[in-house]
Design a protein around this ligand. Sequence first.
Ligand code: IPE
Ligand code: IPE
Ligand code: MG
Length: 247
Amino acid sequence: MEPEQREQKLKEAIKAENIPHHVAVIMDGNGRWAVERGLPRHEGHRQGVETVRSTVRNCSELGIKVLTLFAFSTENWQRPISEVNFLMSLPGKYFETELPELMRNNVQVRLIGDGKKLPGRVQKAVKDGSEATKDNTGMILNFALNYGSRSEILRAVNNLLAEAKAGSLKGKVDEKLFSRYLYTADLPDPDLLIRTSGEQRISNFLLWQLAYSELWFTDAYWPDFSKIHLMEAVYEYQKRKRRFGSV
Ligand code: IPE
Ligand code: IPE
Ligand code: MG
C-alpha cells in the first residue's frame, strides 16, 4: 500500500474519542540510523531533532494532550564526551528555530529531569522555551533531559523525608501523594509508551508512571519514525483492552 493510502486508512480507522491522553516516547536508534548510512552518530541525532519537530506537530494534530519525550538519560553521560557535547547543543538549536511553531500550535514546554546538572546554556534554552510557552493551553510537551526514573523516585523520597522531619508532613504517604513529588506531579500517567529501534526495555524511564501504560514497539529507528508509525501506535492502542487488574 502506498504511504498516502495507508495514512488515509489509519485516519479513518482511528477513533477521535479514544486518543491516548498522554503519550511517552523513548526516542531510540539515532546512532544506528547514522552508522548504517556510513555517517557519524551525531548525524543521527541531528536527523532525530527533525523527527522531534514532526512528531510534536503530529501529536498535537491528533489531539494528544501530553507528550513526554525521553531525550537524555542520567546514564547517557557515559557516552563519549564529543557525543554528549553534541547532544547538549541540540535543545538550544531546537528552541531557536521551533519556538514560533510551538507558539502557533499552542504547545506548552516543560522539563522533567535534574535540570541543575545540565550545562548552563541548556538550562537557559529550556527555561526560556518553558517561560515563553507557559501560558499556552494546548499540548504539554515534556522534555526528559538528564532524566532517570530511579533518581526521580529517590528525589521524591528525600523530599518527603525532609518534610516529615520539618513536621509539615503528617500521616502516611499514599500513591496519590507520592505521585505529586515526581516531576510529572500534576499530569496523568502515560496511556501509551512508544519505543523505537527494536529494543524492548524501559531503560529507567517513568518506572512509577508506566505501571499500567500500553507498550508499543517498532523496529524503525527514531529518525525514520513517521506520522504513519504514530498513527499505527494509536490505532493499536485503541484495539487494546485495558483492564487495570479488573476483568
Ligand atoms: C537515541 O538514540 C538518542 C539518545 C539516547 C540520546 P541512540 O543514540 O541511543 O542510538 P542508538 O541506540 O545508539 O542507535
Ligand atoms: C534510552 O536510550 C534513553 C533515551 C532515549 C534518551 P538508550 O539508548 O540510552 O538506552 P539503552 O542504553 O539502549 O538501554
Ligand atoms: Mg540507544
